[in-house]
Design a protein around this ligand. Structure first.
Ligand SMILES: NC(=O)c1ccc[n+]([C@@H]2O[C@H](COP(=O)([O-])OP(=O)(O)OC[C@H]3O[C@@H](n4cnc5c(N)ncnc54)[C@H](O)[C@@H]3O)[C@@H](O)[C@H]2O)c1
Length: 377
């Protein structure tokens, strides 16, 4: 019998949720967890039925990440610390040749991008990006549509991730009890859910960006925070493809979170989420019937629709773990590579800087470029 994959998780409500989901794979053993707050392990947490220490009595808890890596004999680490502090954890695991599944955004700045890229190149372990929206039905269908030639060349794409907020909800105790990254991160930096799916059919890098922020227009009572209520970025590739992205800080409209539109030279596909009834619409001039068709836009990846174990964000989390563990077990390429992760992460970092510079058009570079620099021009 094949040895079970020993996994450890560092940080997060999400970390513990993914550890729990991983543990249902028969060839996975949830061996260790790490958090700087032991109460997150030993006491019942928000939205959880009980303390994790009771649910997983055989998993060893560590307060010190280095100690976990050195002692727990892990094959895999799942990095689920706050969204602005992933890279150091990934680098440390890669240096010890432990496979990594890193949540997104992978890095918080260009220096981290450079160091993580180099650490991954040196390591005999692999790093995969935990971008679950890349597993959703829309992404799967979009790739299929593109690969069959029904879309043609995508020349203009649009995405929005708009998460509604109630007045004062930024101060919600549960959302901030483990750190304030949710409040501090510029909205446009959380762009991976939007760019990731679109980039699966984009055969070149996003190279230029310009971004604007609204500043704070809403009147937030009781908050010391000042940040953009909405940010809008436009990206372009060297061949002229445009990608437009909207991300909110504050928003009073309870509309669907994730929306995408893709215009191709031969066809079109969109996912529009309104009234809790997401739909996917598409048409192609390569087909006899060129009219727009409509199907359900639920997240569940089609290949997992009849798998009752497929849960977590509508089945996307399960699909992501399944693909990742498959790659670990059989020595395959990471399902969502570090390159793909940086391609969806760095545009947010450059866009934030463009907005700070009043919408300046900036040239984006990536660690694999010969002229990559950690200093922005
Ligand atoms: N892809 C998705 O669907 C999805 C959904 C939710 C969250 N996320 C991502 O998951 C990550 C975690 O989100 P969350 O909501 O669980 O955040 P969180 O703030 O609740 O969790 C972060 C955890 O990291 C711990 N931590 C911080 N520094 C540490 C250190 N040095 N050593 C060990 N632990 C440390 C904190 O104590 C905390 O428990 C974020 O990157 C977020 O973007 C992704």
């Amino acid at each position: 019998m094949m040895k079970r994959i020993r996994i450890g998780v560092v940080g997060g409500h999400r970390g513990r949720a993914l550890a729990k989901l991983s543990d249902i794979f028969e060839y996975v053993e949830f061996a260790a967890a790490c958090d700087i707050k032991p109460s997150n392990w030993y006491e019942k947490q928000w939205l959880m039925p009980g303390a994790f220490s009771d649910l997983f009595p055989n998993a060893v808890f560590y307060e010190d990440y280095d100690k976990m890596l050195d002692e727990a004999e892990l094959d895999v680490v799942i990095v689920e610390t706050g969204a602005d502090i992933h890279a150091e954890f990934c680098i440390k695991a890669l240096e010890r040749n432990i496979h990594v599944l890193s949540d997104i955004p992978n890095v918080a700045n260009l220096d981290e991008a450079d160091r993580l890229w180099k650490a991954a190149e040196k390591s005999s372990a692999m790093i995969s990006t935990g971008a679950n929206p890349n597993e959703q039905k829309f992404t799967v269908l979009l790739q299929d549509f593109y690969n069959k030639g029904l879309l043609g060349k995508p020349y203009c794409m649009e995405a929005e991730y708009i998460h509604w907020t109630l007045p004062g909800s930024e101060e919600n105790i549960h959302l901030n009890e483990n750190g304030d990254w949710r409040k501090l991160l510029a909205p446009i930096r959380y762009c991976t859910h939007s760019l990731g799916p679109l980039q699966t059919i984009l055969e070149e890098e996003l190279r230029t960006v310009t971004c604007f922020g609204t500043g704070q227009q809403t009147d937030e009572v009781g908050t010391m925070m000042y940040r953009d209520d909405m940010m809008c970025a436009q990206f372009q590739t060297d061949s002229g493809v445009i990608v437009r992205l909207m991300r909110n800080g504050r928003c009073r409209a309870n509309i669907g979170h994730h929306n995408y539109r893709v215009f191709g030279t031969e066809g079109y596909m969109e996912r529009i989420d309104r009234f809790d009834k997401p739909v996917i619409r598409y048409n192609s001039f390569r087909e006899l019937d060129t009219g727009l068709k409509e199907i359900g836009g639920e997240f569940m990846p089609p290949a997992y629709a009849n798998n009752e174990k497929a849960t977590g964000h509508g089945g996307m989390d399960y699909a992501m773990l399944d693909h990742f563990f498959d790659a670990v077990r059989f020595g395959k390429e990471p399902p969502i590579s570090l390159r793909a992760g940086l391609l969806m992460t760095l545009p947010g970092i450059y866009a934030e800087e463009s907005a700070k510079r009043g919408g300046q058009i900036m040239r984006m570079k990536y660690p694999w470029d010969e002229d990559f620099s950690t200093i922005m021009e």
